[in-house]
Design a protein around this ligand. Structure first.
Ligand code: GAP
Length: 478
């Protein structure tokens, strides 16, 4: 079982095969922004589809949402992001590069005490102990909305999709028949002006999140937290990630986000470098923090206008005494009581999981003295599901192969290829991770069968032409 042991190898594989390109490459590139190429966009869309299917389509207790990226600035005041969403950074007095304090290493390579800077090494120029006092660096991108000076306001690109869900909690309760316990799921772009990037699509400034806010009765939250941890771990392994490459890591109290009562990461063992375990997803118990904070935010709108709509000057008013009956509460008509639900939040990064699925699927094996490169994607994730080849470009084989391709395209991504020797065509599809290849050959003309070759076993079987569509759809479960 071969793996990619260098980040450069995965970057070059991703580029060569049209999975991922550097953004704005023709202008020298834009740091920490990436574009998904023809195979990459299919792969990432399939990852998103698989997530949506498992958390929305297959469940009765979760509904979907697609909220806007730009939201009222008071959302970020109430959520705490405007005041607290920052990294502590320090500047090297020698080379002036800035680094997150929690990522600085000691001279002997250990991580040690984050507050003790005298022994820390600058990752840019290797100077030791040359850091300034740590200072907060705000992670939200700002932008301006409005054409006229009097109504222009500063907005923030959302740093998490979650707040769009909390802001729509009441709308969803009032427009659907959901009852606690239930969840709202959404996939969308988020933006953070990250200090440290340089890890390909692992940490970027624009990325995509898939988040569930699962609302439950206080007191049942710890049970739901465990249930979601297990469900989310199983999602990755069901889609083919090797269980040995996945683990849970519980956050220590001092690393919890400002809203979290508890948090566990699902980590993946990326094979490059020293084989680092890195976060793919966080499962947090946010308790009733967000809904309560938004109730305070809603009560603070006068302050917002009085302060000239300057977020930095606004102070949130105190919570109402009967906050548990407030506009973002839930009324349990069986127990005849109001409460603010607790929230369990499984929050996954779609770019990070796409990278993990790509890296985990990579394999090299010796076949008849030659190296076969293959991406062993789960069929649900494979960018192309089936490739169809005429053995030769004559005797009507291309027409039959075109017809089969067009028929399959209505259900799955199918690719027609007539260029090169058949062995080369198989190899190209192995490299793209296509689970099935269909060859129209002499037997098609004589016996009305095609040859189906399976990617992983390379086994070939004959299937009759009139059953091929059903056979492939059955195999792919689509
Ligand atoms: N709403 C909770 C939240 O945003 P988070 O741990 O900050 O929690 C959740 O982010 C997930 O989003 C992470 O596990 C990661 O997969 C992804 N993510 C966060 N920042 C990212 C970045 N800069 N680049 C790529 N993915 C990122």
């Amino acid at each position: 079982m071969a793996t990619l042991t260098k980040l450069d190898d995965i970057v070059s594989l991703a580029k060569r095969r049209g999975f991922i390109f550097q953004s704005s490459e023709i202008y020298g590139g834009l740091a920490s922004c990436y574009d998904y190429g023809p195979l990459g966009v299919e792969l990432k869309n399939n990852v998103k589809r698989a997530w949506w299917k498992s958390v929305v389509q297959m469940r009765d207790d979760i509904v979907g949402l697609d909220s806007s990226i730009l939201m009222h600035p008071m959302i970020w005041k109430a959520s705490g992001h405007a005041d607290k969403f920052a990294d502590l950074i320090s500047e090297c007095k020698k080379c002036h590069s800035r680094t997150r304090v929690d990522q600085l290493k000691n001279k002997n390579g250990s991580e040690g005490d984050v507050n003790e800077l005298s022994n820390k090494v600058c990752p840019a120029c290797s100077s030791v102990g040359q850091f300034t006092e740590p200072m907060p660096f705000k992670l939200m991108f700002e932008t301006q909305m409005g054409a006229n000076a009097e109504d222009t306001m500063t907005l923030y690109l959302r740093p998490e999709t979650a707040q769009g869900i909390f802001a729509n909690f009441r709308n969803v309760l009032d427009s659907t028949r959901v009852k606690v316990p239930f969840g709202i799921a959404q996939i969308g772009k988020s933006f953070r002006n990250e200090v440290t990037t340089k890890a390909f699509i692992f940490r970027t400034r624009e990325f995509e999140q898939a988040e569930i806010e699962f609302f439950c009765e206080p007191g049942t939250d710890e049970q739901w937290y465990e249930t979601w941890k297990a469900a989310r771990f199983a999602w990755y392994t069901d889609l083919g990630i090797k269980a040995d490459n996945l683990r849970f890591r519980e956050h220590d109290a001092d690393e919890l986000a400002h809203y979290a009562k508890a948090c566990t990461d699902v980590e993946y063992k990326f094979p490059f470098g020293s084989g680092d375990w890195q976060e793919l997803e966080g499962i947090a118990n946010r308790a009733d923090y967000d809904l309560r904070q938004h109730q305070r935010g809603m009560r603070s709108m006068n302050a917002w206008f009085e302060q000239g709509r300057d977020l930095m000057k606004v102070n949130l008013v105190d919570e109402a005494e009967d906050y548990h009956k407030g506009p973002l509460s839930f009324y349990d008509d069986q127990k005849k009581k109001h409460y603010i639900p607790y929230v369990i939040e499984p929050s996954a990064g779609m770019d990070r999981s796409t990278l993990a699925f790509l890296v985990d699927a990579y394999d090299e094996e010796e076949v008849k003295g030659q190296t076969r490169n293959v991406l062993r994607f789960h069929p649900a994730l494979a960018p192309t599901k089936v490739a169809v080849f005429p053995l030769v470009k004559k005797e009507g084989m291309p027409d039959i192969a075109h017809n089969i391709t067009d028929d399959l395209k209505r259900y799955v991504t199918a690719f027609y290829d007539e260029k090169g020797a058949i062995g080369r065509r198989y190899r190209r599809q192995d490299e793209a991770g296509t689970p099935y290849c269909i060859t129209v050959d002499g037997d098609t003309l004589a016996e009305k069968t095609v040859t189906v070759r399976e990617r992983d076993s390379m086994e070939q079987i004959k299937v009759s032409v009139d059953q091929i569509k059903g056979y492939i759809r059955d195999k792919l479960d689509m």
